[in-house]
Ligand binder design. Structure first.
Ligand SMILES: *Cc1c(COP(=O)(O)O)cnc(C)c1O
Length: 385
């Protein structure tokens, strides 16, 4: 049988209509206690659901859908993307281990390594995102995992994940990936050698700026320890949030197409502006990561970086304040456009810009309307300079 395309999987995976009177969507299960009919049933624990924290049909539907879309073996749901990252790392590290972490990681990931992991006796070395197979030189006898994020948060470098995975696996180490930007639609983590695929489902899975959620999907060799760690940490996601995330997942392929198209249109327009030094977007032919992106990715989402020419705080405020369609706020992946200033925290390979670094999330509005909004912002900026 031919394998279904991701668009088809996203629509159908995880359905439990037959168990719910034909309702298309699995209803919200709000449950802590699950009652057993008899002493034998309670002691054998062979029911599919035994306690709210350990799963309900709401979480099972979402887990199954994610596992199918990722092409993995098992998925665990976490209360946030940041927590999913921590859970994945804890499942492959013990005291005395060494972790290789990409220098362009999401900053809370860096903080987790520098603070909590260090406190529990795991040492982290941050590495240049462009290191490729040379990562071999950074391995120590106790290196147990390599963590990747591609493209990098804020700076958008594309990593050579297959090259890194080949080295890591030859050394017996696990490969973890924060795949929030690529999503399983545009970057197939397991096909490129990843063992644990992590996503901040808060972003494109939820897709509507109203749910906090993370997941980790494991391949066969990592499923058991991932599940055990998740259970030992006592993690779960609420039925309401599972419902919203699964509802979002159903339309994620369609939304991503539009985010991609709008993002590229804005990126190309910005590249031609005199106020812009450069645009950080791997799907642009001029981007240093474009060749690798083209080899490994099948699309781009709506998130990219822009380096502006040096501008005063007043000029930047004039540009960003009073935009009518771009909101200023953290997170991304919702249907609305966003703009924020970015500050990097690098230690392995500093990332320097002369002018301000900003990050744009292209939402689902009409792209020309978005461009008009930015254009007015640049006019205000010129008047304030
Ligand atoms: C937002 C984000 C996270 C964290 O997700 P939360 O749900 O906000 O905790 C992790 N990784 C990346 C790349 C992100 O952009």
């Amino acid at each position: 049988m031919a394998k279904d395309k991701p668009e088809t999987v996203a629509v159908h995976a995880g359905h439990m209509s037959a168990e719910h009177f034909g309702a298309v969507n699995t209803p919200v299960y709000r449950a802590s206690t699950i009652l057993f009919p008899t002493l034998d049933a309670m002691e054998s624990r062979d029911k599919p659901y035994v306690y709210g924290r350990r799963g309900t049909p709401s979480s099972k539907s979402l887990e199954d859908a994610v596992t199918a879309l990722e092409g993995g073996t098992r998925t665990v749901l976490c209360p946030s993307g940041a927590n999913a990252i921590a859970t994945a790392i804890l499942s492959v590290c013990r005291a005395g281990d060494h972790l290789l972490m990409v220098d362009s990681c999401y900053n809370p990931t860096r903080i987790f390594c520098d603070k909590l992991l260090k406190r529990f006796g795991v040492e982290t070395t941050f590495y240049d995102p462009l290191i490729g197979a040379d990562i071999e030189k950074l391995f120590k006898p106790n290196t147990t995992a390599v963590f990747c994020e591609s493209p990098g948060s804020l700076t958008f470098e594309i990593q050579d994940i297959p090259a890194i995975a080949r080295v890591a696996h030859a050394k017996g180490a696990s490969v973890l990936l924060d795949n929030t930007w690529g999503t399983p639609l545009y970057f197939n983590a397991f096909a490129h050698g990843v063992d644990l695929s992590i996503m901040a489902a808060t972003k494109y899975v939820g897709g509507h700026a109203d749910v906090m959620m993370g997941y980790v999907c494991a391949n066969a060799s990592h499923a058991e320890r991932l599940h055990a760690t998740h259970d030992e940490l006592g993690l779960c996601a609420s039925g309401d949030d599972c419902f919203l995330a699964l509802r979002g997942l159903r339309t994620m392929p369609l939304r991503l197409k539009q985010h991609q198209e709008n993002g590229l249109k804005l990126a190309r327009w910005l590249m031609a502006r005199p106020e812009v030094e450069c645009v950080l977007h791997p799907a642009l032919e001029s981007d240093p990561g474009h060749a690798l992106w083209k080899r490994d990715f099948t699309g781009a989402c709506g998130l990219f970086g822009v380096v502006l020419k040096p501008a005063s705080h007043e000029a930047l405020s004039a540009f960003m304040n009073n935009l009518t369609l771009f909101g200023m706020g953290f997170s991304w992946g919702g249907y609305e456009s966003l703009i924020v200033t970015s500050h990097t925290h690098r230690t392995a390979k500093p990332f320097h810009t002369d002018g301000p670094l900003i990050r744009i999330h292209a939402g689902l509005e009409d792209a020309d309307d978005l461009i008009a909004d930015l254009e007015k912002g640049f006019e205000r900026m010129a008047r304030a300079s």
